[in-house]
Design a protein around this ligand. Structure first.
Ligand SMILES: *Cc1c(COP(=O)(O)O)cnc(C)c1O
Length: 384
């Protein structure tokens, strides 16, 4: 085994493309230099295309959670009634942040592994007219569920005046996110998932409506004040020292997106999802999510006759293939395969092939080649 060849198939951090690594090696420059301004000027329009928004996007140095916290504090005031849709660990995190800011938190708790039923949200909103904001996770990374955010947005805007705030951390850049067209008010993402960068950047895109709320809001925050970021980005700068190296990387990632074409990026993710799911179906190993709400970026598997952590250990030891385990209530029950960012259908063939060997080694009775054939069939249809 090559000691430096790690096959990172977890839902973040994800592998970094070599050209992005090289871009990040750029010598350090001053954050008030013309060169940084030019870099931000190049980044801005390309980043807007990924969010499909015309509005300005705040770029903060921090992990995704800093972006979630910025969303909460900029759009609400203590005591506000909000609804958090909890479909897993990250919905739970949104709820905890809202509680930390002393909001009056209502929850819709959904069985982990399922997507929210939009009817439940509609009924809730009809009975709670004073809700100021609805929070949801686009891709719930802990389960691999993709929540129906376009439909949710319609329902929320038809039945309330609430802002619709979306955690898109493991989706944006891998799943289409038509922010303006769908009426999403705030979309947050981070650098280390589908954007194939190291951890350390978070992005907050806000709609016109959201900016109006934010402008009126008198909030006790300093570093996370989104208005500062908007004022600065309008003149191609940031209020504080940005992660300059990551910005060089980001510019390269956005160029890669343009070259591949965003539509093709999203199709590639769909294809990787299908290949992965078909393999497990062929092995008769249950998936946690249904086809109808399965995320293109991460797949959760819930085996009923072997220990998922034993399989993870085997493929890590034998092939340096890194899979993710379950979190919180799903710990020890599931494992998760990340297929987002710098990951291709060819990589998925390798992943499936190695998992197949891992399954045999851990004593699961699968036929070698059966899962890989199922994935190949998907790819064969696709490349014709
Ligand atoms: C990874 C992730 C986050 C952010 O986590 P950080 O560790 O703070 O970067 C938030 N939400 C979702 C859905 C995620 O997948």
């Amino acid at each position: 085994m090559l000691p430096d060849q790690q096959l990172l198939r977890i839902p973040g951090p994800t592998p970094i493309p070599p050209s992005v690594q090289r871009a990040m090696l750029h010598p350090m420059i001053g954050h008030r230099d013309q060169e940084t301004k030019e870099l931000l000027r190049k980044i801005k329009p390309k980043l807007k295309k990924v969010f499909e928004t015309k509005e300005e996007i705040a770029i903060l140095a921090g992990s995704g959670t800093a972006g979630l916290e910025a969303a909460v504090t900029n759009c609400t005031q203590p005591g506000d009634e909000v609804l958090v849709i909890v479909t897993g660990v990250f919905g739970e995190r949104f709820a905890k942040i809202c509680e930390a800011y002393q909001l009056n938190v209502h929850r819709i708790d959904v069985t982990w592994g399922k997507a929210v039923d939009t009817l439940d949200v509609e009924n809730f909103l009809k009975g709670h007219p004073s809700i100021k904001a609805v929070f949801v996770t686009y891709c719930e990374t802990s389960t691999g569920v993709l929540n129906p955010i376009q439909e949710l947005s319609n329902i929320i805007h038809t039945n309330s005046d609430a802002l619709f705030i979306v955690d898109g951390v493991s989706a944006v850049g891998g799943v289409q996110t038509k922010m303006d067209e769908w009426g999403l008010d705030l979309v947050v993402t981070g650098s280390q998932k589908a954007l194939m960068l190291p951890p350390g950047l978070t992005f907050v895109a806000a709609s016109k409506r959201a900016w109006e709320v934010i402008e009126k809001n008198n909030i006790p925050t300093f570093y996370l004040d989104l208005q500062k970021y908007r004022e600065n980005i309008l003149s191609d700068s940031t209020p504080f020292t940005p992660s300059i190296s990551l910005l060089f990387g980001l510019n390269q990632v956005l160029d890669m997106f343009e070259k591949e074409g965003l539509e093709n990026v999203y199709e590639r993710h769909q294809l990787m999802k299908l290949m992965t799911r078909e393999a497990f179906k062929a092995w008769n190993i249950p998936l946690l999510t249904r086809d109808s709400c399965a995320s293109p970026t991460v797949t959760s598997v819930i085996p009923n006759d072997f220990n998922p952590d034993a399989l993870r250990k085997t493929v890590k030891n034998d092939f340096n293939l890194v899979l993710a385990g379950g979190q919180q209530e799903l710990k020890g029950k599931i494992f998760r395969i990340g297929h987002m960012g710098y990951c291709s259908p060819s990589d998925i063939l390798q992943t499936i092939s190695l998992i197949e060997i891992g399954l045999v080694k851990t004593g699961k009775n699968v036929m070698l080649g059966s899962g890989i054939a199922a994935a190949q069939k998907i790819l064969t249809k696709e490349v014709k």
